[in-house]
Design a protein around this ligand. Sequence first.
Ligand SMILES: [Cu+2]
Length: 191
Amino acid sequence: MRSRYPVLAGLIGVLLLTGCAPATVALQPSRSMVRNVEVTATFTKELGAAVTYDRRLVEPGSHATVSSRSGGGITVVTLMVQGFEPERWYAAHVHTDPCGVKGADAGPRFQNVVDPVQPSLDPRFANPQNEIWLDLRTDKAGAGTGETTVAWQIPPDRRPKSVVIHTKPTATRPGLAGMAGARAACISVEF
Ligand SMILES: [Cu+2]
């Protein structure tokens, strides 16, 4: 009997190693890859951290906070605005490029799986699981919050650069998917 114990101990050791080592290895990269970003900015007429292109819908002096947490296989993004038109829907999306002097400068909506046809109006690609949509409705005081969670992380080599606020809610039907009217304002964010 005594001679069997070292064998058992060895077997348990192997089981522990094979059982635990991969889990530890898997945890370390995902933990180190978590990326938290938060930007609070005031909308101005001239290009700054946040810019307004429609001074009626997004008044200069109004402001927004964007926070993003990407890691563990998911990304959670929140947009909070204050000083907007009361009781009104605004669309908002994460876009590929930084804000510029023109709304178009922020480029297309960011997509996890990129539609080979751009501009992307195909609901297989232009949808709130493959893109980051932050549509919100403001309250009586002109404040509102949009939040979304997607089941993927921001790719380190292809980070989106802005949140664009649009004049209308986001459409979802084929041929119009992702459309949300003119670009009313933009916040540059280093996702
Ligand atoms: Cu957009």
